[in-house]
Design a protein. Structure first.
Lengths: 225, 491
């Protein structure tokens, strides 16, 4: 550490002490006489049980409401056919997949499949038409699925961001009804992305319009009853 | 250099983002005369109120969630220093670097030095109230660094050299036709056949920023919620510009007001329900990103977190006033406020407009005296209470407005018109004889009012009232005069 760096570090620590001292005296001055009791009387379990046909139906509705296209299949064996149809309809020539995506999900696809391992460059991702991933958990009440970067079938964040078309496969066992149920299942130590519909904005006259910087097309293959 | 004793301190405001140049009534007069502005605001706030009401109505336990949000925030404030130290430990343990900033200048200096250290001469930014408050863009520009706002509404504000007027939708005062004009004028690469269809406008923004995102080396963001126990930060957004800034650059610099910390990861189960439904009226916003320090192989490999005081310690020191720090910046109180709906955000001078801004801004800056324009903000309300009903964390804004009015009066170092009027009234009301005498003077009011029966201008000190609104003519007789005329024998 040279003299300048040492000086910077000393300055940093004295600023830290001052801010903390201010906050400590402010806290004492403004604290209520009785300690705060946090109340959590809201529902932590959803109205519909995880993984059931009812909760999948609700997820289907809320996803569709925010302009995702939902494809229902009965079992994992049918995933490849649904994915293939989506990619062919979109005329996708090249897709990127996370390192651990089940290979069978792309059976029959004769375009280019780029597996993200070793990591693809941003330019590669930008010239890829679509991305296919799984999801960690989905929330029926809100039409949301969550991507966990640490999961091998979901992959690092950039691959689901740069391509313009995202195909996400959601398994029934990962579908819950409410936000609290989803938060309880998630591990925040690696990056998470909560996705609810294709990218959209409410910035023009406070009305929602789809299609800004993230993927403009979102297809969900929902596996289960 | 003065000695800093670590006492709660008001904000510095180097670029005038927390305090305007004229009082609210003066600015509101001009805003009210702008019929286009009123049409735009009326349309946008009506749209969002209907959407919010519909999605809040879907949630059976909304009131319980509000109470949870309120108490989690109150608990946070009671433990703020410890929670920040915990957050710092967790972020540091995960490879991030934490900086502390006493005020706006210090935060700007830290960020400018960090950007310079990377050698980059441009940065991409996610919409952030904290960096708007400090005037970071101006500081970066002065240092030769170009800052690109990437949120659509921020982009509109930046391209039109305007000021934000709402903290969720900074360009709410613009309609689609005006946005098209701005894009055609200011985007060098725009398609000249651009229409004012919102979808086309959104796509023009996508095309305009795409290359910037893919080549940016430094991203700058704010924070919605920072989890102390895990060191996890989150950004709640719609367009994907946030994901771009948080994911693609090599270096990420995040600036957060110290009040954004929450104790536990589990607390997000409350706020991720309250925030989207209250702000954009959606069940969930399109994208929420969470990250913890640096993740090898994924996203920025250098991460800095700047913790900003800038007047928050001053707010925290007030037992009631600190509620203003509970705000999660949803903007529901703006959208339901009859005053905001008519004047728009610019009239408030501060980047925090509307009911919450009217109680937060004067507390952040402090009130320097009767001429401080922020002293007029707590009066920008009819105290109707709609803001409290809409607030997802139950901030008692009407109570704080009244309290800030009292604080504004306490700041009077010499008598003002209002003080003179109140003193005259106190004098008149001390004995029945004086009161009777004063009542007789009311007859004079009827002469002043003339045939229109309105008094539109009075001499000082009563001009304080008639500057803002007309006074109806006094009735022909007062209650006491009527009583003695009709019940004379009992009087």
């Amino acid at each position: 550490m040279n003299a300048r760096e040492a000086g910077d570090a000393a300055q940093r620590s004295s600023t830290r002490e001052i801010v903390l001292a201010r906050l400590r005296s402010a806290r004492e001055a403004g604290n209520p006489a009785t300690p705060v009791v946090v109340t959590r009387e809201f529902a932590t379990r959803g109205r519909l049980a995880p993984g059931t046909a009812e909760v999948l139906d609700r997820l289907d509705e809320t996803l569709t409401d925010y302009k995702a296209t939902v494809h229902r299949v009965g079992s994992e064996a049918e995933v490849a056919r649904a994915v293939l149809k989506v990619l062919v309809d979109a005329a996708a020539a090249a897709v990127v997949v996370p390192p651990g995506l089940p290979g069978a999900w792309l059976d029959g696809f004769d375009g280019k499949v780029r597996r993200d391992g070793p990591p693809l460059s941003v330019v590669d991702l930008d010239t890829t038409d679509a991305v296919v991933t799984a999801a960690a958990v989905a929330i029926a009440d809100t039409g949301t699925f969550v991507l966990a970067a640490a999961a091998p079938d979901q992959g690092r964040r950039a691959i689901t961001l740069v391509p313009d078309h995202h195909v996400c496969v959601i398994r029934a066992a990962d579908v819950v009804c409410s936000v609290p149920e989803a938060v309880a299942r998630l591990d925040p130590s690696s990056p998470l992305t909560f996705v609810s519909g294709p990218s959209a904005t409410s910035d023009i006259e406070l009305d929602r319009v789809e299609g800004v910087h993230g993927p403009r097309r979102l297809d969900v293959v929902l596996v289960g009853p | 250099m003065t000695t800093d004793l670590g006492m709660p301190t008001v904000a510095s405001d180097p670029h005038g983002h927390l305090r305007g140049t004229e009082s609210f009534p003066e600015a509101a007069h001009r805003a009210l005369a702008d019929t286009q502005l009123r049409r735009n605001l009326g349309h946008a706030t009506r749209t969002i109120r209907a959407k919010r009401a519909a999605v809040v109505g879907e949630v059976d336990d909304w009131e319980e969630l509000r109470r949870a949000g309120e108490t989690i925030k109150a608990d946070t404030m009671a433990r703020l220093p410890e929670l920040l130290v915990q957050l710092e430990e967790q972020v540091t343990a995960r490879g991030g670097v934490v900086h502390w900033a006493r005020d706006a200048e210090e935060a700007n200096r830290i960020v400018v030095d960090l950007v310079r250290g990377t050698g980059a001469d441009e940065v991409v930014k996610v919409k952030s109230m904290a960096t708007q408050e400090t005037g970071l863009n101006e500081a970066l520009e002065a240092a030769g660094v170009a800052a690109f706002e990437t949120d659509l509404a921020e982009l509109i504000v930046q391209l039109s050299h305007d000021r934000p007027s709402h903290f969720l939708v900074p360009a709410i005062h613009r309609n689609r036709a005006e946005i098209r004009e701005i894009f055609l004028r200011e985007m060098p690469d725009v398609d000249p056949s651009l229409t004012d269809e919102p979808r086309r406008l959104a796509m023009a923004a996508r095309a305009h920023l795409r290359r910037k995102f893919l080549t940016a080396r430094v991203g700058i963001s704010g924070v919605n919620f920072a989890v102390a126990e895990s060191g996890t930060l989150s950004v709640v957004e719609s367009e994907g510009n946030g994901r771009m800034c948080l994911t693609l650059p090599d270096t990420l610099i995040t600036v957060m007001g110290v009040e954004k910390v929450v104790p536990t990861w589990r607390d997000l189960e409350v706020f991720l329900q309250l925030l989207p439904r209250s702000s954009t009226g959606e069940r969930m916003n399109p994208y929420t990103s969470t990250w913890t320090g640096v993740t090898p192989g994924d996203g920025p490999q250098t991460f800095h977190l700047v913790l900003l005081d800038n007047g928050r310690s001053n707010v925290l020191a007030s037992p009631d006033g600190r509620q203003a720090l509970h705000c999660i910046r949803c903007s529901a109180c703006l959208n339901v406020c009859p005053v905001y709906e008519r004047t728009g955000g610019h009239a408030y001078g501060s980047i925090y407009p509307g009911p919450i801004g009217a109680v937060l801004s004067p507390q952040l800056t402090g009130i320097s005296g009767p001429d401080d324009v922020n002293a007029s903000l707590p009066y920008a309300s009819s105290l109707c209470g709609a803001c409290f009903d809409a607030c997802p964390v139950r901030i008692d804004i009407p109570h704080l407005l009244v309290q800030q009015r009292a604080a504004a009066i306490d700041a009077h170092t010499r008598p003002t018109a209002q003080d003179a009027t109140m003193r005259a009234m106190a004098l008149a009301m001390t004995t029945p004889a004086r009161f009777r005498l004063a009542e007789r003077a009311l007859g004079l009011g009827r002469v002043l009012a003339g045939r229109k029966q309105r008094i539109t201008a009075l001499p000082w000190p009563m001009s304080g009232w008639t500057n803002a609104r007309d006074l109806p003519a006094p009735p022909p007789e007062t209650f006491r005069q009527w009583w003695s005329r009709t019940h004379g024998e009992d009087a």
